[in-house]
Ligand binder design. Sequence first.
Ligand SMILES: NC(=O)c1ccc[n+]([C@@H]2O[C@H](COP(=O)([O-])OP(=O)(O)OC[C@H]3O[C@@H](n4cnc5c(N)ncnc54)[C@H](OP(=O)(O)O)[C@@H]3O)[C@@H](O)[C@H]2O)c1
Length: 332
Amino acid sequence: MTTFRVAIAGFGGVGRATANLLLSRRGRYREVYGADVRLVAVCGSRAGAVSADGLEAAQLATLEDGLSGPALIEESAADILIEAGPSDFRTGGPGLAYLRGSLSAGRDTIVISKGALVHSGRELKALAESSGALLKLSGAAAAALPTIDLVVHSLKGCEVLEVEGILNATTNYLLDAMTTRRVGFDEALREAQLGGFAEADPRNDTEGWDTACKLLLIANFGLSADLTMDDLDVEGIQSVTTERIETWRGQGLVPKLVGRLWRENGAIRAAVGIRTYPPADPFANIRGKDKAIRIVTDAMGETLAIGSGKEPLATAAAALKDLEHILAARTS
Ligand SMILES: NC(=O)c1ccc[n+]([C@@H]2O[C@H](COP(=O)([O-])OP(=O)(O)OC[C@H]3O[C@@H](n4cnc5c(N)ncnc54)[C@H](OP(=O)(O)O)[C@@H]3O)[C@@H](O)[C@H]2O)c1
């Protein structure tokens, strides 16, 4: 039995869901991988909990002030970090310091927040390569919808020619409500905010930035591109009017906010914008908060995946899928 010590930095909805799911799956890790997985540290921005023997669920209810920061992760002697703090692609956010510390120390790292990977992906990838740490990001790259795993594992050996994705649940919900129920943008947004899946300030979603971040991660970490946000044309849905929806309806078309990758003159290009689909196209039938990805390859043709997991459990499960990949790699 090999012991794996896991720390979680960022202990909000997703961090807590990940901790609880991990604790409930310890038996599985023992049986399948011969791995004794212990949760040795968790922390939010100001408080945390630590135990070398492994924290139990009851110990996660009350955190101790002052236990936080990359130094805490270091002191916990964690073998694996799961980073689930706030995402800020313009600065890298608080996650950047955790990821730099962890990857340079050779610690296998699972990233759920997109910001640092978008802001400093090239540097973080290089740190992982030079230290030998495994860097996984299923939770950051559309979580409940498999994206990077599809291109890296399922379509291995094929050349990916094009990727098209409905990658943001909020914008899909808004456009779907406007199209199928004929509600206006503001009303649909209020519904999404009341439902708890649109932020009070929804611009990161509605202006297309969240889709752009996920697309960039798929490109850089799935297809070995080296794109920055400046390489992407990004259009959102904030100025879609009911009149425009009616025009598309009259033409028999369904609008979706889509991130797209394609090859041009040997380079990977990327853009986010509204595309319209005829009713028979699978993308026209991605409803509500669902997400989808369509990947075209040279040898396996077209692959389509649709994700409809409930949050935050689905994101926690995506991060723990990464954990199982790490356990498999480190126990083989
Ligand atoms: N919610 C979803 O369904 C979903 C899906 C996919 C990806 N994500 C990503 O997952 C991440 C977490 O989302 P969430 O919904 O759990 O957010 P959340 O509830 O706001 O939690 C964020 C956590 O990060 C902590 N934090 C802030 N600064 C920190 C620092 N310097 N060091 C350590 N922790 C720090 C906060 O601490 P305090 O508690 O002290 O404020 C809080 O515990 C985000 O990046 C989000 O984009 C979320």
